[in-house]
Design a protein around this ligand. Structure first.
Ligand code: ACO
Length: 362
């Protein structure tokens, strides 16, 4: 309670890649992609960094919230494709936007990132508010970090880790950034409930082994396996490329993810509604992770919620991973689909497997 969403933003790279463009490089067609996924085109960052996209989305959210850079206490960036590992993506954005007083760090929860980031921010803000309310309550957060205003940004350039020769994955993904400003307001209902859950993924239905040992250790042979081999060790059947110890791209067992995600999305929505004491019929809009239009409509059917009450943005952007839910939320606000007092549910799911939802009053 009290954690209010006051501004949203999004940023897309300039280059648009249509299904027809893709059909010139892999054996696919516009018809197949639209029918199976709902995706018609996506934006690919050839000229923009993650820092560029995240900063643009963040600046737009701050402007719409009428918050100045110096007033941001907390910046969380959710990403699996930061420009640099150190400094963190959040540190790069903090410097670019001049958020002089913000504590900044990254969080990786794959495509559920936005929801995880918002939950972490909201909990830090609530702890800070409680500490102040209770005077010298023994809450460590009160000792120096007053968290009244947070900027939460999801950014991914999945094109960096996409195998452009694999038609089963390359048609799905796009690049972009989404952002939201959270402000503490005791009088506002704000975020009423949240839910986070991780389910093990023992067959690595969704994976990407990016990191490698780059240097040569001078005091003997390296004893650790490569990331590819570590991944392969947990699989019953080892794909050839993992057996060789290298696979830097996203790999996915599509049908397995599809089955899990359709049920998980519906489950998460039900949980946040129950926790908030809000019947699903009183939710004005559900804003889900945009992985596949069919996952969204299967879940909607399970929830018995008509598609008019669900935000679907995937057609022009594809699956943009950690940025997807916040980009879709920005679309919903821009289209005038969110009104003051509305109950809105955000729901994300992704690699890990990660699942999360938030119910807030607009
Ligand atoms: N174009 C044409 N044919 C294709 C393509 C393509 N782009 N990709 C696969 N096919 C073929 C397959 O080779 C297969 O051919 P075969 O029958 O001759 O073997 C056929 O189409 C069917 O393949 P399936 O994998 O069974 O297709 P499915 O109906 O499951 O659709 C899809 C694939 C779209 C990937 C679906 O499984 C899906 O959306 N899964 C969930 C994906 C997802 O949401 N991932 C991300 C979630 S988390 C995150 O966001 C990171």
């Amino acid at each position: 309670m009290g954690c209010k969403i006051t501004g949203c933003g999004k940023a897309l790279p300039d280059l648009t890649v249509t299904n027809d463009d893709l059909s010139r490089v892999v054996d696919t067609s516009d018809e197949w992609i639209v029918e199976r996924t709902g995706i018609r085109e996506r934006h690919i960052a050839v000229a923009e960094t993650s820092t560029d996209l995240a900063s643009r989305a963040g600046a737009q959210a701050l402007e719409r919230a009428n918050v100045s850079a110096g007033d941001v206490d907390l910046l969380i960036c959710m990403t699996i494709t930061p420009d640099t590992v150190v400094p963190s993506q959040a540190s790069m954005v903090k410097a670019r936007l001049g958020l002089a007083n913000a504590v900044a760090f990254d969080l990786n929860a794959a495509c559920a990132g936005c929801v995880y980031g918002m939950e972490v921010a909201a909990n830090m803000m609530e702890a800070s508010a409680l500490a102040h309310r209770d005077g010298d309550a023994p809450l460590r957060i009160s000792q120096g970090n007053d968290m009244r205003t947070a900027l939460v940004i999801g950014v991914d350039r999945l094109s960096r880790i996409t195998d452009w020769t694999d038609r089963s994955t390359c048609v799905l993904f796009g690049d972009g950034a989404g952002a939201v400003v959270l402000e503490w307001d005791e009088a506002a209902p704000g975020i009423l409930s949240g839910f986070l859950q991780n389910t093990d993924d023992p067959t690595l239905a969704l994976a990407c082994a990016q990191l490698r040992d780059l240097g040569t250790f001078p005091f003997g042979d390296a004893t650790l396996d490569s990331p590819g081999a570590i991944m392969a060790a947990s699989l019953d059947e080892v794909p050839e490329e993992l057996d060789q110890g290298i696979h830097p791209f996203i790999t996915m067992q599509g049908q397995k993810i599809f089955k899990w995600a359709s049920k998980a999305m519906a489950d998460a929505v039900r949980v946040v509604c129950e926790r908030a004491g809000v019947p699903i019929d009183e939710v004005s809009l559900i804003v889900p992770h945009q992985a596949n239009e069919r996952i969204i409509s299967f879940s909607a059917k399970k929830l018995k919620v008509p598609m008019e009450r669900i935000q679907v943005s995937i057609g022009t952007v594809g699956n943009t991973s950690a940025s997807s839910v916040l980009m879709a939320l920005a679309d919903a606000y821009e289209a005038g689909r969110v009104h003051e007092g509305d109950n809105v549910v955000l729901v994300g799911f992704g690699g890990g497997l990660t699942l999360g939802a938030i119910l807030f009053v607009a």
